[in-house]
Design a protein around this ligand. Structure first.
Ligand SMILES: NC(=O)c1ccc[n+]([C@@H]2O[C@H](COP(=O)([O-])OP(=O)(O)OC[C@H]3O[C@@H](n4cnc5c(N)ncnc54)[C@H](OP(=O)(O)O)[C@@H]3O)[C@@H](O)[C@H]2O)c1
Length: 328
């Protein structure tokens, strides 16, 4: 088959389409003929050497795909929920930038009837990440308030939609008026241009000094203090990225005074059992919103698999809203 290979660590130009061996299919896995692969910021980190695939995972980049099942591992009987010919989308430990990929059957999700096979590739990574972090872990609930940093990102565009579906008041940050408008169109209530104003001051003003219940943060160190200052009593901060660095000097007093919780987690290194549990929760809680067309995949641009380098260049300019896809 053909796959995008990281020929050496470096810039987008190191991504090259090559002829490689077909994946071997484990006993509990299925083989998927890929229809589309979603891009994630983590793919660029892997290309640079900062986010290696977990042991046993494909060395090729790509954390999510949609496609059609073409064979079943020995333990995946045709009586299981899955059979040859089924259209699915799935989280991966790697290997999505390819014509075929093998994945544990327990990580599969059906393509929702409201979504095309291609566009379904946008959903698994953002849905599983957002649901497992702010909902399963931080217990973000209807009636609460929620600040999403990077509201126009792949993660952000999904987080806005699922939160509005669940009756949550949504605040977002983004770096341009166009991106803020896109967030507003998806339902965000309060849109803050972090390049023009201090988000912490605006949150204080908008919430009459109370702060928000939950924050989903992609920045890490550079936003840590201001995030704590922006949380309400019993507030929860979930950190899922370090675009603003991994270190910070911190005044701990808001933690004690407001009984705050700080949490962080990555999706890729979780065990297959843990991923399967998250996938089940996502199917139960998120799929109905997608089927009802209240949550839609936001596709910014598609590229042929051979143009993965071009797709990474666009990802790194950060001029997109939503998701980029590669099509084999
Ligand atoms: N922990 C996990 O399991 C997990 C899983 C998936 C993703 N992630 C992380 O989640 C983040 C989003 O991922 P993605 O794939 O959706 O990325 P993406 O689409 O490339 O988005 C990155 C976002 O960062 C925003 N940003 C940059 N500087 C900012 C700042 N100072 N303040 C607020 N936002 C800023 C950009 O917005 P502007 O262009 O408006 O600046 C852009 O929307 C990344 O950090 C990624 O590593 C973590």
């Amino acid at each position: 088959m053909k796959a995008v290979v990281i020929t050496e660590l470096g810039g987008p130009e190191v991504l090259q389409l090559k002829e490689v061996e077909d994946p071997t299919v484990g006993d509990d896995e299925v083989l998927i003929k890929v229809a589309a692969a979603g891009l994630n910021r983590a793919d660029a980190y892997q290309r640079e050497g900062g986010h290696p695939p977990p042991k046993g995972c494909s060395p090729y980049p790509g954390l999510e795909v949609s496609g059609t099942i073409v064979s079943l591992g020995r333990n995946v009987s045709p009586c299981s929920p899955w059979n040859i010919g089924d259209q699915v989308c799935t989280l991966l430990g790697g290997g999505g930038y390819a014509e075929k990929v093998a994945v544990p059957a327990a990580q599969l999700l059906p393509v929702p009837e409201s979504v095309s096979l291609r566009d379904a590739a946008c959903i698994p990574e953002v849905a599983c990440t957002v649901w497992s972090t702010v909902f399963m872990t931080s217990h973000l609930s209807p009636g609460e308030s929620f600040l999403i940093h990077g509201g126009s990102s792949g993660i952000g565009t999904f987080a806005i939609q699922i939160s509005k579906y669940l009756g949550i008041k949504v605040f977002v940050t983004a770096g341009s008026e166009d991106k803020l408008q896109a967030c507003k169109n998806l339902g965000a209530d309060v849109c803050i241009n972090y390049k023009k104003e201090d988000f912490a001051a605006r949150i204080k003003e908008e919430t009459e000094g109370k702060g928000v219940d939950v924050i989903l943060d992609n920045m890490g160190g550079s936003y840590l203090q201001r995030n704590l200052d922006s949380l309400s009593i019993d507030g929860r901060l979930f950190i899922l990225g370090f675009q603003g660095g991994t270190t910070a000097e911190l005044n701990l007093s808001p933690l004690l005074a407001k009984r705050l919780t700080i949490q962080a987690a990555g999706m890729r290194a979780r065990s297959p059992e843990n991923k399967a549990k998250i996938v089940k929760e996502v199917e139960k809680n998120v799929w109905p919103a997608i089927v009802a067309r209240k949550v839609k995949p936001i596709v910014y641009k598609t590229f042929p698999l051979a143009e993965a380098a071009e797709a990474h260049r666009l990802l790194e300019t950060s001029s997109h809203v939503g998701k980029l896809l590669l099509i084999p």
